[in-house]
Design a protein around this ligand. Structure first.
Ligand code: ATP
Ligand code: MG
Length: 350
């Protein structure tokens, strides 16, 4: 149970999710046994390098990976109702009305040939019994809520007349148009410059606070989750390698991959090192991942036992959900993760 889950249980619950794609080269296992819960009003960050299965996880929750080449197992429950087995019609209702998603590229959600306001109003008209005028007024209100200046005028602009940051805001407005309880934001700031990035994160934070909106924030950047997340889940090669509260992940990280991510993070409160260390090597192919711990080929701390896959284990004696997938003993982790007083991937013990 997540700390903020209510007695009625989590809003969104994903258990042992597996998603494979049949490809010419065999089965590509994009998501391999991912579980998480999201409580009402909570922000969960999902972090990991490119290709680790973040988007496929989110898309599967939304029913967007249903296709002939996808093999999906496990369960996704929203308010107790199963979404994996749901009919396409039921899923369409959940999508937008209960769970909405925003994408990295606003142009995947905004149609370039329709005015922004019309797109938002039409979505409202399609789901709600309101007049054209009411839908338009609501669209103006939504654009105002997400910080578009002069929304009564800008509502009649085409997406290309908006700046990148404004398009992203318009996409958030669109996602909010049916008052969902969950917002899945897949790399919502990656394409934006730093200032606009911060503004969009502030907007997400406000929506979370003011509307009790639960958010799944997907990013490859731990710096982004540090701004807004309550809990963090770190993914590597289709699996969760560590999960915990924001503080646990930042101040007491247990998995060497998390150390590596933290080590390559720019921190404003520390002097910037000459060169930020990156994690050497590449994530494995998901067509034939290495046996045992998937991070083993890149991990300077790997030893014989790592040839066997560690399970995601909670920490002994801790009441929190902090868990990781690593064979190292807690004491070893503490001594190895610190490099010159800074958390980093480190070097093997002498
Ligand atoms: N429809 C599909 N068919 C086959 N393979 C797919 C499909 N969709 C995604 N994949 C593969 O699944 C793996 C996980 O992809 P995913 O998009 O979830 O990564 P990600 O963590 O979101 O990465 P990024 O940070 O680059 O967005 C990748 O190897 C990708 O190529
Ligand atoms: Mg992605």
């Amino acid at each position: 149970m997540s700390p903020r889950a209510t007695a009625s249980g989590p809003l969104l619950s994903v258990k042992d999710l597996e998603v494979g794609f049949a490809t010419e080269d065999g089965l590509l296992k994009a998501v391999d046994g991912v579980s998480f819960e999201l409580a009402r009003g909570e922000v969960l960050g999902i972090v990991g390098e490119s290709g680790c299965g973040k988007s496929v996880t989110a898309q599967t929750v939304m029913g967007l990976t249903r296709s002939s080449n996808a093999r999906i197992s496990g369960s996704v429950e929203f308010n107790g109702a199963d979404l994996i087995e749901a009919s396409d019609d039921d899923l369409r209702k959940v999508r937008g009305e209960s769970i909405a998603m925003i994408f990295q590229d606003p142009m995947t959600s905004l149609n370039p040939v329709y005015k922004v306001g019309k797109q938002i109003a039409e979505q409202i008209l399609a789901h709600r019994d309101v007049s054209d005028k009411e839908a338009r007024d609501r669209a103006i209100e939504l654009l105002r809520d997400v910080g578009i200046p002069h929304p009564e005028r800008r509502i009649d602009d085409y997406p290309y007349e908006y700046s990148g940051g404004m398009r992203q805001r318009a996409m958030v407005a669109m996602a909010l148009s049916l008052e969902p309880e969950v917002l899945i934001a897949d790399e919502p700031t990656t394409a934006l410059d730093v200032t606009i990035q911060a503004q969009i994160l502030t907007l997400i934070e406000q929506l979370n606070r003011d509307r009790d909106l639960a958010v799944v924030l997907i990013t490859h950047d731990l710096g982004v989750v540090a701004e807004v997340a309550d809990r963090v889940q770190v993914m590597y090669a289709g699996q969760v390698v560590e999960r915990g509260t924001l503080d646990e992940i930042f101040y007491d990280p247990q998995h060497p991959y998390t150390w590596g991510l933290l080590g390559s993070l720019t921190r404003l409160d520390r002097p910037r090192p000459k060169r930020l260390p990156q994690i050497a090597g590449q994530p494995p192919s998901l067509l034939s991942p290495p046996g045992g711990c998937r991070f083993r080929p890149r991990c300077p701390h790997a030893f014989e036992q790592c040839a066997e896959l560690p399970s995601l284990e909670g920490r002994l004696g801790k009441r929190s959900e902090h868990a990781d997938r690593c064979w190292l003993q807690p004491k070893e982790k503490e001594s190895r993760r610190s490099v010159d007083g800074r958390i980093g991937l480190g070097a093997p013990a002498a």
